[in-house]
Design a protein around this ligand. Structure first.
Ligand SMILES: *Cc1c(COP(=O)(O)O)cnc(C)c1O
Length: 411
C-alpha cells in the first residue's frame, strides 16, 4: 500500500481508520499452500478472531479456506458468507456444553479440549464425530519462549490423559475424527515443532477413525526490521514429508490442517491515526494521535512493537518521538521512535495492524470504533462504518429515578 493512497483513504473516510489489503492476504495464503504442496489433502482454516469482518471472512471463503472459530458468535459471522458449515472448525477453550451443542447443531466440526465436556458430549451425541485438542507438553532447552503447550497451560487435554480419553470413547461409543494442537507459541525452532507433531502422531495412532490432524498455528511474522519469522518453506518441506510417511503408516490419506490468523492478516493491515497535538516537554516530544488503546491495544497489553511511519511527511528529517493516544490513562504506542518530522494533523501509519487490532478494539472513554476499509485489486471498499452516538447508547436502558434523591434519603 502506497503512502499517497493511504493518505487519500484517510481523507476520504476520516481517521482513525483500519485498511486491509487483500492482495497481501492472498499472497500469504498462497505461500502457505505452496509450502505444503506435497501434501495430498491440505486444509487451511483462517482463525476468525484475528480479524473478523464478514468481508474478510468472505474473501477467505473465496480463496478456498475454511474457518477456525472460538465462539458461537464467530461461527454465526462465518456462516453469513454462505460457507459450508463442515468447513468450519470450533476450537473453543472452557466454554459450556450448551454452547458446543448449539454449534454442533449447525453442522460445524467440534473440537473438545477437556475430558469433562468430552464425556458429557459423547454420552448425549455418540453419533457426532469430534476432534480432540491435545496438549503435548514440549519444553525445548528450558526456554519458555519456545515451549510448546507447557505443563500448566489451561489449553488442551494432556497427552498423559490419553488412556482416559480412550476409556471415554469406549464407554460412550463416540468417534474421534481428528487430533489437534494449538500451542500459541511462535514457531521459530522447527525441530521443536516437529517433536510436538511426533507426539500428535503417537496419539492419532491410538484411534481408528482419524480423518485429519490439525497442527494449529504459531507462525511468526516480522514486526520490525531484523525480526526473525517462521521459515514456512522449510517447515513445509520437513513436515510434509513426515506427514505423508505417517499417512502410509496409518493406512489412509489424512488431511493436514493449520489454522493461522496472524500469518494471514497481520501484515495486510495498517492503522491510520491523525496527530492532534505535538507536545514538547523538557525531555520528550510527544505526538498525540486521535486514538489510543481503545483502538489498538497490543502495544499496551502485550508490549508488542508496531512500526510507526509518518505518511504525511515521509521524506522529512528524522526526529525522536513518543507516540501516545488520547485515552485518560497511559497509552503509549511507541517510545523514542525515530520518525520523519511530525506536524499537527499529519497522519501516522501503524504497521502490522491486520491481526488482533480491530478485533480487540473497545468503546473505552465512550469513543467510537474506527471505520474499516478493504482494498480489492487496489480498489477501496468501506467494510465498516464509523460508529455514532447511537451505537454507544444502543442497549442502554434508561430507568426512572427519583427526581430529587436527597428527599428520599432517611438518615
Ligand atoms: C488464536 C488461535 C489461532 C490463531 O493463532 P495465530 O497466532 O493468530 O496464528 C489458531 N488456533 C486456535 C485454536 C486459536 O485459539
Amino acid at each position: 500500500m502506497e503512502n499517497t493512497q493511504l493518505l487519500e483513504l484517510a481523507n476520504k473516510y476520516g481517521s482513525p481508520l483500519y485498511v486491509y489489503d487483500t492482495d497481501k492476504i492472498a499472497s500469504q495464503y498462497n505461500r502457505l499452500t505452496d509450502a505444503f504442496s506435497d501434501v495430498k489433502n491440505l486444509k487451511l482454516n483462517y482463525a476468525v478472531k484475528a480479524l473478523s469482518n464478514i468481508n474478510i471472512l468472505k474473501f477467505f471463503k473465496n480463496l478456498g479456506a475454511g474457518l477456525d472459530t472460538v465462539s458461537h458468535q464467530e461461527v454465526q459471522l462465518g456462516l453469513t458468507t454462505g460457507i459450508d458449515p463442515k468447513k468450519i472448525i470450533f476450537t473453543p477453550n472452557g466454554v459450556s456444553l450448551q454452547e458446543i451443542e448449539e454449534v454442533a447443531k449447525l453442522g460445524v466440526q467440534i473440537n473438545i479440549d477437556n475430558l469433562s465436556i468430552l464425556e458429557q458430549f459423547g454420552q448425549k451425541y455418540p453419533d457426532i464425530p469430534v476432534c480432540i485438542r491435545i496438549n503435548p507438553h514440549i519444553m525445548a532447552g528450558g526456554n519458555s519462549k519456545i515451549s510448546v503447550g507447557h505443563i500448566d497451560s489451561k489449553f488442551g487435554i494432556s497427552i498423559h490423559q490419553v488412556p482416559h480419553i480412550k476409556r471415554v470413547v469406549e464407554n460412550t461409543g463416540m468417534n474421534i475424527n481428528g487430533i489437534h494442537m494449538h500451542t500459541g507459541s511462535d514457531i521459530l525452532d522447527i525441530d521443536t515443532f516437529l517433536r510436538a507433531t511426533e507426539i500428535l502422531f503417537d496419539v492419532a495412532k491410538q484411534f481408528d477413525n482419524i480423518d485429519f490432524i490439525d497442527f494449529g498455528s504459531g507462525f511468526k511474522v516480522p514486526y520490525k526490521e531484523g525480526d526473525i519469522s517462521t521459515d514456512i518453506e522449510q517447515l513445509g518441506l520437513q513436515l510434509s514429508e513426515r506427514f505423508n510417511q505417517f499417512c502410509e503408516e496409518y493406512g489412509k490419506d489424512l488431511t493436514l490442517m493449520f489454522e493461522p490468523g496472524k500469518f494471514l492478516v497481520s501484515e495486510a493491515g495498517v492503522f491510520l491515526a491523525k496527530v492532534n497535538v505535538v507536545k514538547q516537554t523538557t525531555s520528550t516530544v510527544f505526538a498525540h494521535v486521535d486514538s489510543g488503546f481503545n483502538h489498538l491495544v497490543r502495544p499496551m497489553m502485550y508490549n508488542s512493537y508496531h512500526n510507526i511511519t509518518n505518511i504525511s511527511n515521509p521524506k522529512g528529517r528524522d526526529r525522536y518521538y513518543s507516540v501516545v493516544g488520547y485515552i485518560c490513562e497511559t497509552d503509549t504506542f511507541g517510545s523514542n521512535r525515530r520518525i520523519s518530522e511530525i506536524s499537527e494533523e499529519d497522519v501516522l501509519c501503524f504497521h502490522n495492524a491486520g491481526a488482533y487490532c480491530f478485533s480487540m478494539a473497545s468503546n473505552y472513554n465512550s469513543r467510537y470504533l474506527p471505520a474499516e476499509v478493504m482494498l480489492v485489486n487496489g480498489q477501496d471498499y468501506l467494510i465498516r462504518k464509523r460508529q455514532t452516538i447511537q451505537d454507544i447508547l444502543h442497549n442502554q436502558e434508561e430507568v426512572e429515578l427519583p427526581k430529587n434523591l436527597s428527599e428520599e434519603v432517611t438518615v
